[in-house]
Design a protein around this ligand. Structure first.
Ligand SMILES: Cc1ncc(C[n+]2csc(CCOP(=O)(O)OP(=O)(O)O)c2C)c(N)n1
Ligand SMILES: [Mg+2]
Length: 903
């Protein structure tokens, strides 16, 4: 059977063409498509048929809904919606039937039932919800849709308001078109209903008690949203940045700035139910990545308010139709949306479905799902498809979506079906690739024109009044006034964050030591069980060891030092949030932040989290075994950290190499967010890194990539080799009056290396050391070797084995900002040195070498130059053969310690 044409022509109903070609329509709904046997059903069979017909509308009515303002295609053939399909005849139309669970009427004629079903499900709102398994949620939606009967109960006041906001949206675009000719604005035209839609979303959320709305959106219509929702004046959006435009945190770092259709902003939005603080997140070009960032920012605000169910802070996430179905991070973000560590009480999702992505609109190319929103079904979110040319249907969809979100604390999607009046941007020529679509668009009156006419016809206002709205708006624009509802001057957001406390510019050193007595107290808290719990013997051993570390009987390992760092921050009232795959236990069985009772289920208090038991006034400790995602989880944590500078936010990769699955977050947000947008962020990344014979993947966290991103004091890159170093680093991240992302190449085998330990005294005094001098102090050293990370331990052992006393081994523990003063001072302590070597275990094209060379040479005394000693350049980071790894290491050690280098 070949697929019907509509599958191949309508971007609204794209499907997997190959699949449909093979199986035809039946493939989509096999359980509904079998006609009842026999021509005329017996009367109770007719009753059954009627109930099946009602059910069919609930599932498939959406396919006949009038969603496309352009009406380019016939709706797809859906025989399941015809009574004949079930053997019902014309004669049955006047017969009365029980309606089962149909809302509004218990018994009526088939003709009436059909009429009700068509108005409820096949009008300007088409709903998909029967994929929801929870009966209460389904029944709630059924009641809404079936009792509305396609009548949206819009008051005259609301009608006028909808028209006004539509007018604002359209007039703004026209104004920009003439005022800022040739400038890309990614016009909203064709989708102007977005403005009344957002207006209604915020108002409806306020009615439910929202205090904050955080929005994320891409380029399309962003300038319109900035002006019409966020209250930015056009002048402020289009003015050239002044030359004194600098990072609000410090004058040393000029903002690089960003294009106007990426700008974020926040404002206080006036609604009849009180003001709502609305924030629009800064956005990079990369579509959809802002989705998890918004979720993280919302979660931070919810945590701050103790808003567990998300009543006070609501994420509103906008999507393009092509991006929503194309980008994998959407699936990751939805997957996290109901989990304990990442949930928000549901988001309102809005799709600006203009039925095209850049130039691509042919359903055979655009996606393999029926609707662009089908990914929503994985979390059983309802989808309200709505015709963008009917603002009243849009308002109804908004009310339903927001009420649903507040009733069930789950995600809901609004698919605003519209079109794009111009090309992808205003310089684009859409007729070149979409001639038929665009000819139709050219002939199609605007949404405002159509709605104004409708209201005039209804007698809601006169044509003159409708025209006045346009003139008023134009005038306000001419006068440089804001178009959004006036912000209330007396509204002070109680929970807004004071970022003024944090300075930009180069980070300063601060004391991070914790007095021995306090360490002892904290040690007692984190090694004491408040109630009976039977630990696994290996965990019991960890606990016993930690008790001995507290008593000074064992040197401190990494797990204990890290736990003490968190304990000390919690003790001071800061919050700590750590997330990553298996982070609670630790990939390497080293952290054990959560203890599991061997006899009880987790839910029956079978877990114990020692860091929650410091004292009553402590900060919140959250540790999350995250879902298996890097991109969405890291983006979420970035969003969290940028919304809350008082929480130490740590993201841990299971192995450092996996971080590149989140490269867009690293490049677009972490490395450049402050420079582009002035957004400070104290996010910490723990990336296990080290060449230990584990093959090409798990060896490298791609240190070189992070170093290549470093400039203008944007991030910090550290490679601590001792537990005390990690302790001070983590504390420094919060104690210091700066918020800079911190990338830590974290230990793997070093976690259990007998030489990689610290003492309590190391935590009770000192601070993080960016450079660690050789503890043997071979002052007559002829050769000075500098390195970073675990290779130092191999070098030290090899030096001892060779009995060398004229080689100094220096550790650079912070690679960026490069500690030139400290490094120079250490080098200066070896006046006999003639040879300077940089040693690394990473291949030459990787690791720190090329990115650090200039710093090294800059610090070398007497114009000397550092020599490279290590593996040659390689395509894969490390060998998969252990024997080869060992041979390479041996060669490296000889090169570093013995090879003569000419100066
Ligand atoms: C991750 C990513 N890939 C590619 C692009 C380039 N790009 C910008 S807009 C666009 C089309 C987007 O289509 P859609 O999501 O439907 O939004 P619309 O422009 O139609 O509103 C593309 C491919 C991008 N910005 N981000
Ligand atoms: Mg699109």
């Amino acid at each position: 059977m070949s697929a019907p044409d509509w599958h191949l022509t309508s971007p609204l109903y794209a499907g997997n063409a190959a699949y449909l070609e093979q199986f035809g329509d039946d493939a989509l709904t096999p359980w509904l498509t079998q006609p009842l046997p026999g021509a005329a059903p017996a009367s109770d069979a007719a009753q059954v048929a009627v109930l099946r017909l009602i059910n069919a509308y609930r599932y498939l009515g959406v396919r006949k809904a009038e969603l496309d303002p352009l009406r380019r295609f016939e709706p797809p053939p859906t025989p399941e919606l015809d009574p004949e399909h079930y053997g019902l005849t014309e004669a049955d139309l006047t017969r009365e039937f029980e309606t089962g669970s149909l809302f509004g009427v218990e018994r009526t004629t088939l003709a009436d039932i059909l009429q009700r079903l068509r108005t409820a499900y096949c009008g300007h709102v088409g709903i998909e919800y029967m994929h929801i398994t929870d009966v209460a949620r389904k029944r709630w939606l059924q009641e809404r849709i079936e009792s509305a009967q396609g009548r949206f109960g819009v008051s005259t006041d609301l009608k006028k308001k909808l028209l006004k906001r539509l007018t604002d949206a359209e007039t703004l675009e026209k104004f920009l078109h003439t005022r800022h000719v040739g400038q890309k604005r990614f016009s909203l035209e064709g989708g102007e209903s977005l403005i009344p839609l957002l207006d209604q979303v915020i108002e409806r959320c306020a009615r439910h008690g929202a205090k904050e709305v955080v929005m994320g959106m891409a380029h399309r219509g962003r300038i319109n949203v900035l002006a019409n929702i966020m209250g930015r004046t056009i002048e402020s959006l289009y003015e050239e940045p002044r030359h004194d435009h600098s990072n609000p945190g410090g004058p040393d770092i000029p903002l690089s700035g960003d294009v106007k259709y990426h700008q974020g902003f926040s404002t206080d939005f006036a609604t009849p139910y009180g003001p709502v603080h609305v924030a629009l997140a800064f956005n990079p070009s990369h579509l959809e990545i802002v989705h998890p960032v918004v979720r993280g920012s919302v979660r931070a605000r919810q945590d701050r308010r103790g808003d567990v169910l998300g009543y006070e802070v609501v994420p509103v996430i906008l999507h393009g139709d092509a991006a929503l179905s194309g980008q994998g991070v959407v699936m990751e973000s939805l997957n996290m949306s109901q989990t304990r560590g990442f949930r928000n009480g549901g988001a309102i999702h809005v799709v600006i479905n203009n039925q095209i992505g850049f130039t691509t609109s042919d359903p055979r190319d655009v996606r393999s799902t029926l609707y662009c929103t089908d990914v929503a079904k994985m979390v059983e979110a309802p989808v309200l498809h709505v015709n963008g040319d009917d603002p009243e249907a849009v308002a109804f969809a908004v009310q339903t979506a927001v009420d649903y979100r507040y009733t069930f604390h789950k995600n809901c999607f609004i698919d605003l079906v519209c079109y794009r009046r111009h090309g992808h941007n205003e310089q684009d020529e859409p007729l070149a690739t979409q001639p038929l679509m665009y000819r139709r668009i050219q002939a199609h009156p605007s949404t405002r024109t159509l709605y104004a006419q409708r209201l005039v016809d209804e007698g809601v206002l006169t044509q003159g009044q409708a025209d006045d709205l346009v003139d008023d708006c134009r005038e306000r624009l001419e006068h440089g006034e804001s178009l959004s509802p006036p912000a209330l001057s007396d509204f002070k957001e109680t929970y807004s964050m004071d970022w003024g406390r944090f300075k930009g510019g180069p980070a300063s050193e601060v004391p991070t030591a914790v007095p021995a007595q306090r360490l002892d107290f904290l040690g007692e808290r984190i090694t004491t069980l408040q109630h009976e719990i039977e630990l696994h013997s290996r965990v019991q051993k960890v606990l016993d060891d930690r008790r001995r570390m507290r008593a000074g009987e064992l040197p401190l390992d990494w797990g204990y030092a890290e736990t003490l760092a968190y304990a000390s921050l919690l003790d001071a009232g800061h919050n700590v949030r750590v997330s990553g795959q298996d982070s609670a236990r630790g990939t390497f069985f080293h952290r054990h932040a959560v203890w599991h009772d061997q006899k009880r289920e987790r839910r029956q208090s079978g877990v114990y989290v020692p860091l929650e038991h410091i004292h009553n006034q402590q900060g919140d400790f959250t540790i999350i075994d995250s879902l298996l995602s890097e991109e969405a989880v890291l983006a979420f944590e970035y969003g969290y950290a940028t919304a809350d500078p008082d929480t130490l936010v740590v993201w841990e990769a299971q192995f450092g190499d996996f971080a590149n699955g989140a490269q867009v977050v690293i490049d677009q947000f972490i490395a450049s967010g402050e420079a582009k947008w002035g957004r400070q962020c104290g996010l910490t990344l723990l990336l296990p890194h080290g060449f230990e014979g584990q093959g090409p993947e798990h060896s490298s966290a791609r240190l070189e990539r992070f170093l290549q991103l470093c400039a203008q004091d944007n991030i910090q890159v550290c490679v601590p080799t001792l537990p005390a170093q990690l302790f001070h680093l983590l504390r420094r991240q919060i104690v210091r009056p700066q918020r800079k992302p911190l990338v830590i190449m974290s230990p793997k085998s070093l976690l259990r290396h007998p030489a990689s330990t610290s003492s309590l005294a190391d935590l009770a005094s000192g601070a993080f050391l960016p450079v660690i001098d050789d503890s043997l102090e071979p002052r007559n050293a002829r050769r000075v070797v500098a390195c970073s990370g675990r290779v130092w331990f191999d070098l030290e052992a090899a030096r001892a084995a060779r009995g060398l006393d004229d080689v100094a081994l220096i550790r650079v523990e912070q690679l960026y900002p490069f500690p030139e003063a400290a490094f120079r001072a250490v080098l200066g302590a070896y006046p006999q040195a003639a040879t300077f070597v940089w040693a690394q275990e990473e291949p030459m094209n990787q690791g720190a070498w090329y990115q650090t060379l200039h710093h090294l040479n800059h610090c070398a005394p007497g114009g000397r130059r550092f020599h490279y000693a290590g593996r040659p350049a390689a395509a894969a980071p490390a060998s998969g053969y252990l024997s080869r790894h060992r041979a390479e290491l041996e060669a490296l050690l000889s090169d570093v310690l013995e090879t003569p280098y000419e100066n």
